[in-house]
Design a protein around this ligand. Structure first.
Ligand code: URA
Length: 234
């Protein structure tokens, strides 16, 4: 197996990240520095990443977490803030988040040790749709909803057409369901800010056909076989 794939299959990271680790000189084969991602790992080779010997293929784990606000989408934090790893208690495999949700955003976050799948889902070309419920300030006019549908400039980037509908009207705020297939930093918040309705609360309710459903905040579940097959088929 090629070295970059071997590292990804050990659940350390995606294959692209493995390429970086190799290029940066973090990887050794039997103690010797190896900078060739295409090196073929042989039976008996000891592959180490940052000085730690890694095992090849491990059991693949696929988790859906309902991330609460106040947690960082990362498995560790230099500043000792709470991370999603603090919510995952009984999964011994080294899983990592697929994409990210802001500190102040809650909802569906997938985690896995399947580096290939993570890379595929994160790739802009795959365009997996993501649906959010955004609670925004005030009433949002049809003209503004239409601007969101067509695409808005969020600072040097014009968003692609989005699916948008009002889910609930309250006296001083509106819950809008919005489906996008891009993942620019703070994209949904920036889109609403661009039309003049700031987001007060943001929750991701689905990724493609995978739904948050009734999963409680801070809780997680394993994906079903069908859900895993679906993600792999994208
Ligand atoms: N868009 C945002 O603004 N924040 C998120 O966390 C996800 C999408």
């Amino acid at each position: 197996m090629r070295l970059n794939k071997y590292i990804a299959s050990a659940g350390i990271c995606s294959r692209r990240k493995a390429d970086e680790l190799i290029a940066n000189g973090n990887v050794r084969i039997n103690g010797a520095l190896m900078r060739t991602p295409g090196y073929i790992v042989e039976e008996g080779d000891k592959v180490s990443v940052n000085g730690k010997v890694i095992e090849g293929e491990t059991r693949k784990v696929y988790i859906a977490l309902n991330k609460p606000t106040g947690y960082i989408t990362s498995m560790k934090d230099e500043h000792d803030r709470l991370t999603v790893a603090d919510l995952i208690t009984d999964i011994p495999e080294r899983i990592f988040p697929v994409g990210r949700l802001d500190y102040n955003t809650s909802g569906l976050l997938l985690l896995t040790n399947d580096g290939d799948l993570a890379q595929k889902l994160a790739h802009p070309g795959h365009e997996v749709t993501k649906t959010y419920l955004a609670t925004v300030e005030g009433v949002i006019s049809d003209a503004r909803l239409n601007r969101l549908r067509k695409g808005v400039d969020i600072g040097g980037f014009v968003t692609s057409p989005a699916r948008v509908r009002v889910a609930k009207q309250m006296p001083r705020s509106t819950v809008v369901e919005i489906t996008i297939h891009e993942g620019k930093n703070r994209q949904v918040r920036k889109m609403f800010a661009a039309v003049g309705n700031n987001v007060q609360k943001l929750e991701r309710v689905s990724i493609g056909d995978i739904r948050l459903g009734r999963l409680l905040q801070g809780h997680y579940r394993k994906l079903t076989r069908q859900e895993i097959d679906y993600l792999k088929s994208l």
